[in-house]
Write a protein that binds this ligand. Structure first.
Ligand SMILES: [Zn+2]
Length: 373
């Protein structure tokens, strides 16, 4: 089959690799119709995180159909349409039973937790390919309605990682109906965090970035875009709140002065130390911050002085994916608004290059295998 393989920093290639086989009776092989390129793939591509071994098949965002099933798979049938949560989990270890499926104790011989197409995460081949082997298929394949390439294909694909991760980030930031939220920055996870906050009933969601295309997307979903290249983003949020929301006016002056910021902060995508420090400033006393990207350090002193709760960690996607899938089916969520250009699998090297160069229309890109039937 054809697959996207890592070659060296800044280089991937589309090569013929061996077709995946059923290795255990609980396995399935999926014929992939769409695959995403995620921030994690780009970190590997640009050599900024764990080292990928040359030849590794990348990717953990997958929608497709069941091509073959092991004899012990009980709940799936050939040609069932499925999406894969990025975490490879067993469903029966103690961590999976507790809902910590990102820390499964069965699927990675070296440490807790496994992900498709990522080094040190269980050596599973990735999903930027024509086929993928899925262990414990009853647990790791989430059934979907419809047919490949229908109006839900791209929405369903985002369930594997970013939509679920954005929802988890909002949940960990304690976003509730009526909440005020600030999100830094507006990459795919930031936009999904903002979108999830709105779905959860937040009434003011400030999305902070400097790229106009991303700020326009934030505005499109009803968030308030804040351009940090113009001036300090915290001051902009304070000013916006003070001048534009009746909420602040509903407070007594002394209350408003003590609570000029937001209830929740979400650090997404590429949040550097300065950005996190300012985000901590923007969150009110007794608020909450969740970290959905990678950061080197956090302003612990400032956060602890204000009694802000802090949360981080990989998303146990399976815990959210069924409800989010149902929201898509019911027409209450359409996360694919972040998807721009689509490429064929053969065009993957170009897609990676265009993403790294942040070309317009490349907030999130998708690879289509052309294997609908
Ligand atoms: Zn497990």
């Amino acid at each position: 089959m054809k697959a996207v393989v890592y070659k060296a920093p800044g280089k991937v290639a589309v090569e013929q690799v061996e077709d995946p086989e059923i290795q255990a009776p609980t396995d399935a092989v999926i014929r992939i119709t769409s695959a995403g390129i995620s921030a994690l793939d780009l970190l590997l591509y640009t050599d900024r995180t764990a080292k990928a071994a040359p030849g590794m098949v990348l990717g953990h965002e997958v929608v497709g159909v069941i091509d073959r099933l092991g004899p012990a798979v009980a709940t799936l049938e050939d040609e069932d349409r499925v999406v894969l949560p990025m975490n490879v989990a067993c469903g029966f270890c103690i961590n999976c039973i507790k809902g910590l499926n990102h820390a499964c104790l069965t699927t990675n011989p070296d440490k807790p937790g496994a992900i498709y197409g990522y080094p040190d995460k269980g050596s599973y081949l990735g999903g930027q390919a024509e086929y993928i082997r899925v262990p414990f298929a009853d647990f790791n394949c989430v059934k979907l309605p419809g047919v490949p390439s229908d109006q839900w294909e791209d929405d369903f694909l985002l369930l594997s990682d970013v939509f679920s991760t954005g929802f988890y980030a909002a949940e960990r930031a304690l976003v509730k109906p009526g909440s005020t939220v600030a999100v830094f920055s507006a990459g795919p996870i930031g936009l999904m965090s903002a979108y999830a906050s709105i779905l959860k009933g937040a009434i003011e969601v400030y999305v902070v970035d400097s790229l106009q295309e991303l700020l326009d997307k934030a505005k499109e979903i009803g968030a308030i875009p804040i351009d940090y290249s113009k001036s300090d983003f915290v001051e902009q949020i304070y000013a916006w709140r003070k001048n534009n929301t009746n909420l602040v006016h509903a407070l007594r002056t002394s209350e408003a002065e003590k609570m000029p910021g937001v209830d929740s902060g979400i650090a997404a995508d590429e949040s550097n130390s300065h950005a996190i420090n300012r985000l901590a400033e923007a969150v009110n006393y007794a608020g909450a911050v969740s970290v959905a990207g990678s950061v080197d350090n956090l302003p612990w002193k400032k956060l602890s002085k204000k009694g802000v709760s802090v949360s981080m960690g990989e998303t146990p996607v399976i815990q959210y994916i069924y409800n989010l899938r149902n929201m898509i089916i019911a027409g209450q969520a359409k996360p694919s608004f972040i998807i721009g250009k689509q490429y064929t699998l053969d065009e993957a090297p170009l897609a990676y290059d265009d993403l790294v160069k942040k070309k317009p229309g490349h907030i999130k890109v998708v690879l289509k295998t052309g294997l609908e039937h």
